[in-house]
Ligand binder design. Structure first.
Ligand code: RAM
Length: 928
């Protein structure tokens, strides 16, 4: 029998009351602190163009049961004012609220360039905190008139450039000298360098970003970066230098399928450097016709697919410093503007996030060597070399080797993936490229003077500068390896947008690949800003008629009209709201979603409510056997009205929720009504009552209706039995789903009562499975289930789309870390792990927006211990695998003696608890 506990007053609560009576709360100031104060989810961002930035913070404490009851935010125009408690921009006053994220600024209007300083304090049931450490931000340039310079560049090729099918342009270099007129108090640089820039001031590279700015459809929007360069400016002569690479502006392929590839033009630059003098006056140094430029520097060509050619003999020592003789340089030309709106970049730029020491270097015939990084990765090689002027080193990149030890490059298609370095001679030279990246594990080195050693090279791992938020470890090495492979694959494919593959001539932000993947990824990476930016890309790529593309930014112009790829706009918005509480992701994109759904309905929904149009079917379903898949990319399309109709229905459900959230009640009713009609039609059209399955009974055909709630209650068991039969009998314990089905598979099996079957799929090592990839040497995730036998033309070895919902399952169902849909962004956490028989422990953590969540369970004989951490200002519903309360201990105490824990009841043989924030160790005797 379960007792309902009334929560006795905690000791410190009593103390609190005592102290409150004395009129002082100071004793509690230290027990809870406000940490990690962010502005628009960033720390101290510069150059924001959000007029009402949102604040977030995390409460740090060792105490249990801490709940925020109020907050107070101060925003000041100077650090001094803030320190004096003067909120001249905004003083929120004490606001009774538990909200600790997404709190919008509501003070004086913010204007261009304003410096803003902020601090927060909160009240909790433990008292009042001290003020947080101050944070700050600056406003960017909010109006076009703030931009004083003009776009400069060269809108034409040079004799050494080629703009043919395989285009190659040299980098463009621009420079400008200036002298501050007075003593400089501060200096800020705003830059739009397209496609990619490197910025120097007096020879010093500004910032640690690489391959900046973040890519966009430049005809829609162009991102500028802001830097505080006060320290780099000197009195007297100064020089600004900017190098421009092609990036995606001068597109990687020009005439190759011209109907589908969008080109923007030649590289160009708009920059301004604003000096504020100590007397308060200002001066702006801006791009104009007084700048000098050359295309005849060391970077002879650069291309994301093909690599970079660097001739060190062409270096121009001192070009980015004052005093350089630039008489031979050309006058910068005024050029065609990119057309897109100017926007401050909020998502982080890429950075060299890690450096890898190669594991081996082996000689090949013909004075060649092959270097093994030990890990399929994305980035480039940094090299040290010494030789004679004119010696030429070629670095060719590939993901794997052929049997004879040579690189396997067939799967790169026509991407040359080669960097070339020509030595200037005269001593040690250290080089790495600026405007390309490769997807590789192996590098073939040829032309290297002397004998190279592994110590002459380092692999530079490049991806968006975002934090890893999740850890996962278990007693099963395969599960751990899969997790690592997923981490490497996801990280390397974050390129200011999620791309599909980093090695071949594609690298496109395909929508369908991340529809649910983004959600799983959010446990491993703080991916909020890159996905919020991606939703902007998708929305901006919407055609006037409402169509959404399959790739966004639409560098490849595919508007093939289907439900699954474009629908990612809806699913990723849902993810951002669920995982981060980002309501704006829904609000800002809602009109685009609605317009797209109406567009699809109008064109492709029959009068009988069936959506007929699909493009990719259940993309990349595994061929029935590995042999059957030999030489096949498994890329046959099986367009399916079942998939389109099921997704249309699912989107009606999500849109109903979104409409309620936004107060669009009329819309909500309409979505719901249409959903009801589709549901009926769907069952009429696709369900076979005599056979008890949908369509032809394929795994995905039964899984989608079940996952989306399309199956009438009475048929659910039968449909699920069919799913189990398909997996267990027809496919001997293997999955048979492609990109679509796999997004719902692991949760579908678990939530319908067969977590053991999900576990079996996760730990399979025979074909087709994720474990099969690992067994065959994968250190990332393959594009195809049959990646080791398929034709090379579409066979990336670093492609995350087949992860489906595997990572969600790791966290929500193995670790038991899931946000409650009713209290999003982990305000309430559902901790209901499955404890597989074969698994001894899982130790996972997740840095949520509320703070660190941990779950570490471990089995020993007749006992399960489970350590959990629930961040302050959240609570958890915890499911323990016993229905005997007396078998449960918290630390050393019986359950009913722990004030922060309340028994709610039992469910499926598990004891259900409501647990307040804090650390706990549960011990369960004789777990089920
Ligand atoms: C290929 C890629 C990509 C997929 C599209 C449909 O180019 O595999 O990941 O989304 O096809």
């Amino acid at each position: 029998m379960l007792e309902r506990l009334t929560r006795p007053l905690h000791f410190s609560s009593l103390l609190l009351i005592g102290i409150l009576c004395l009129g002082s709360t100071i004793a509690f100031a230290q027990s809870v602190t406000v940490t990690h104060l962010t502005i628009e989810s960033r720390e101290n961002p510069l150059g924001l163009d959000v007029r009402q930035p949102r604040f977030g913070w995390v409460l740090a404490t060792d105490e249990r049961d801490v709940v925020q009851t109020a907050y107070h935010i101060l925003v000041a125009s100077s650090a001094e004012k803030l320190a004096n408690g003067e909120g001249d921009l905004w003083d929120s006053g004490k606001v009774a609220s538990a909200q600790s994220g997404q709190v919008p600024y509501a003070g004086r209007p913010l204007e261009s360039r304003m410096p803003c300083h902020v601090k927060v304090k909160v009240w909790t049931n433990r008292g009042e905190t001290t003020w947080s450490a101050p944070a700050h931000w600056t406003m960017g340039l909010l109006y076009y008139k703030d931009w004083r310079g003009r776009w400069i560049g060269f809108d034409h090729p040079f004799p050494w450039d080629s703009i043919a099918t395989i285009p190659s342009l040299s980098a463009r270099y621009f420079r400008k000298e200036f002298q501050p007129k007075k003593e400089v108090a501060s200096a800020t640089a705003y830059i739009m360098g397209l496609g990619l820039y490197e910025l120097y001031l007096n020879g010093q590279k500004i910032g640690d970003q690489v391959l900046a700015p973040t890519p966009t459809d430049y005809t829609e929007n162009v991102k500028y970066n802001t830097f505080d360069v006060t320290e780099a400016v000197v009195s007297g002569d100064n020089a600004i230098g900017v190098t421009l690479g092609n990036g995606r502006y001068f597109t990687m392929r020009q005439n190759y399928k011209p109907y589908k590839i969008k080109n923007f033009g030649f590289p160009k630059l708009l920059l301004q450097l604003e000096l504020t003098y100590t007397d308060g006056s200002t001066e702006v140094i801006k791009t104009d016709g007084s700048w000098k430029g050359t295309a005849d520097g060391p970077i002879r060509n650069n291309n994301e697919y093909d690599g970079e050619f660097y001739d060190a003999r062409k270096e121009m020592p001192g070009w980015n410093r004052a005093g350089f003789d630039d008489r031979a340089w050309l006058a910068a030309e005024y050029v065609q503007e990119p057309r897109g709106d100017f926007e401050a970049q909020l998502n982080p730029n890429m950075k060299v996030m890690d450096s890898l020491k190669p594991v081996s270097l082996r000689p090949l015939a013909g004075n060649r060597y092959v270097l093994d990084l030990g890990q399929n990765m994305v980035g480039w090689l940094k090299m040290r070399v010494e030789g004679t002027r004119g010696d030429t080193v070629h670095l060719r990149f590939a993901e794997s080797l052929q049997d004879n030890g040579d690189l396997f490059v067939a799967n790169l298609r026509d991407a040359r993936a080669t960097d070339t370095y020509v030595l200037k001679g005269g001593g040690e030279e250290v080089w790495e490229p600026s405007f390309t990246y490769h997807g590789f594990r192996y590098v073939e080195i040829s032309g290297y003077p002397g004998t190279p050693s592994v110590d002459d090279f380092v692999g530079q791992f490049v991806y968006d500068d975002i934090a890893t938020t999740g850890t996962f470890e278990s007693s099963d090495p395969l599960l751990n390896q899969l997790f690592r492979n997923a981490w490497w694959g996801i990280a390397g494919n974050y390129k200011g947008m999620p791309v599909d593959c980093p090695q071949r001539n594609e690298r496109q932000p395909w929508l369908g690949d991340r529809a649910i993947g983004a959600y799983g990824e959010s446990f491993l990476f703080d991916n909020q800003l890159v996905y919020a930016k991606w939703l902007d890309d998708i929305r901006l790529s919407q055609r006037a008629d409402g169509a959404l593309p399959d790739v966004a930014p639409a560098f490849w112009r595919y508007y093939s009209d289907n439900m699954t790829w474009p629908g990612t706009l809806i699913l990723v918005a849902q993810m951002l709201y669920r995982q981060y509480g980002d309501r704006a992701a829904i609000a800002e994109n809602y009109p685009a979603m609605k317009q797209w759904l109406a567009y699809m309905q109008e064109r492709y929904m029959t009068e009988a409510f069936i959506v007929t149009k699909d493009s990719y079917g259940d993309w990349c379903v595994p061929p029935v056997s590995i042999e059957a898949g030999r030489g096949k990319s498994a890329d046959q399309k099986h367009p399916s009205a079942l998939i389109s109709t099921a997704y249309y229905y699912h989107f009606m459900q999500l849109m109903t929720d979104f409409a309620h959230l936004l107060g669009e009640e009329k819309d909500a009713a309409a979505f719901q009504a249409l959903g009801g009609q589709i549901k009926e039609a769907f069952n009429r059209e696709f369900y076979h009552p005599d056979r008890g399955y949908y369509d032809e009974g394929q795994l995905t055909s039964n899984l989608l209706p079940l996952a989306f709630g399309l199956v009438p209650e009475a048929n659910c068991e039968q449909v699920f039995d069919e799913i189990v039969k398909t997996i267990e009998v027809e496919h001997q314990g293997h999955l048979s789903s492609g990109l679509i089905g796999t997004q719902w598979l692991m949760r579908g099996l678990t939530e319908n009562g067969r977590p053991d079957l999900a576990y079996q799929l996760a730990t399979n090592t025979t074909y087709p499975s994720w474990g099969y990839m690992v067994e065959h040497g994968a250190t990332t995730i393959w594009e195809l289930w049959n990646g080791n036998t398929a034709a090379p033309s579409m066979n990336s070895q670093n492609h995350v789309m087949l992860l489906g919902d595997l990572l969600i399952w790791y966290y929500e169902h193995l670790a038991g870390i899931k946000s409650d849909d009713e209290a999003v962004a982990f305000r309430k956490i559902i901790m209901n792990p499955y404890f597989p028989d074969d698994l001894r422990y899982v130790n996972a953590s997740y840095q949520s927006v509320q703070g660190l969540i941990r779950s570490h369970w471990q089995k020993s004989k007749n006992r399960l211990t489970w350590d959990i951490t629930i961040p302050a200002n959240t609570s958890a519903r915890v499911y323990l695998p016993t229905d005997e309360v007396k078998n449960i201990k918290v630390g050393n105490a019986p359950l009913n003696q722990v004030p922060a824990v309340r028994v709610v009841g039992t469910e499926n043989g598990k004891t259900v608890l409501d647990v307040a924030s804090g650390h706990y160790q549960f011990t369960i005797r004789n777990p089920r």
